[in-house]
Ligand binder design. Sequence first.
Ligand SMILES: Nc1ncnc2c1ncn2[C@@H]1O[C@H](COP(=O)(O)OP(=O)(O)OP(=O)(O)O)[C@@H](O)[C@H]1O
Ligand SMILES: [Mg+2]
Length: 455
Amino acid sequence: MPDQAKHLLLVEDEAPLRTVVAEQLVDRGYIVEPVDSGEAALTRLADFAFDILVTDLRLPGLDGSALVDAAVERYPDIVAIVMTGYGTVKDAVEAIKRGAADFVSKPFQIDELLLVLDSAVEQRRLKSENAYLRAQLEDRYRFEGIIGKSPAMTRLFQLLETVSRTNSTILITGETGTGKEVVARAIHHSSARRQHRFVALNCSAIPETLLEAELFGHVRGAFTGAVGNRQGRLEQAHKGTLFLDEVGTMSTALQMRLLRVLQEREFERVGDSHTTKVDVRIIAATNSDLGRMVADGQFREDLFYRLNVIPVQMPPLRERREDIPLLVQHFLGHFQSAATVSQEGMRRLMSYQWPGNVRQLENAIERAVAFGGGRGQIDVADLPAELQRLEAASPIPAALALPDDGVDLEALVADIERELIQQALERTNGNKGQAATLLRLKRTTLVEKLKRQHA
Ligand SMILES: Nc1ncnc2c1ncn2[C@@H]1O[C@H](COP(=O)(O)OP(=O)(O)OP(=O)(O)O)[C@@H](O)[C@H]1O
Ligand SMILES: [Mg+2]
């Protein structure tokens, strides 16, 4: 991995060029093994796993394309770059088809080659990091399709596991898009009620006048237009779970009737004198502050306590940014994209505030797949405008002011560096790649700094 110097196999039949390129690559920190033919390269590849293969295309015996083919077959992770002479671009394309990452045309400046190498190596790193994340998604970091590995989400999963076993009423609170409905469904599907229905009713989406009949059902002639008897959502959810979304918008009259259901598990259909018994588990959700609404007299206190038996608080996405890469990966899979996200793209995704939380992130990824997915790489330009503007804010904290008697600049800067690195590592659960992304550092640079701190 990128912590160590890269082993590079250089194949070039022209001795002067071979020597110059090899020397310059050594200067830049690569460990270079120069050979003069495809056959010699194959022999070396057979007994050493090089990270990088840089080969001339036109070679006397076995040519560069065939060599790439053999190398990639043996080491699928090797980064292969071909050097093409004038008029051999067609061959370069052929080599790329066979698995080369990129090409440089001769004559080239060493910086050109280094640039191509850097970006190819970075691509490879992202690919394996993405593959790693994908593998992680398979197991631990989910509860019934809820993604997250942050401490907040891990605690939530534990809570959900426990409450799924009970019949208690649950009140889920949280900002819009934090996953309240996903959690309600997850609880139902992992509970003993899973064989029966999960019935959702969004109290704010239905006009007040219809909500009562929708919830409790009605008998024929109960009101104008009530042509037959009709079951309400409560009865539909019998033995299952009723999800009352946006419960804060319910009128006080309806709040009364709901309270009775919670206390007695019984109710009357609209226009009916006969009492119906139900066995339902109720999960309510709201993105308003019900406690405050109780204080303001807008929500019945007794109902609040009946609903709030087990409170589940959904953390906003900005307080669990370490979940963002996992969620991005999850949504890429959902939108059937094999694209990767560039380092800068991921940095923006991780530093944005996400007022619309996971839903907003999901929409951003769907959009990015449409824009950049075809190229196989999602970059800043594919992200929503708010994320593209992010850089504008000054990174200097407002509180930073020069004290009257001056400062020890180097010590202070070192302290700040240590502190921010520490925070980045904590936020990413010690994942150096993601921490480096947050700090706009190359992973190798971060590792260097850590080594120096601990020296
Ligand atoms: N932890 C998560 N893992 C995977 N997907 C999630 C997660 N949280 C939310 N989502 C997805 O984000 C979207 C919004 O989730 P959901 O509808 O549950 O939010 P909500 O809190 O009910 O929002 P609102 O208050 O606006 O109704 C859904 O498409 C959901 O699948
Ligand atoms: Mg919702």
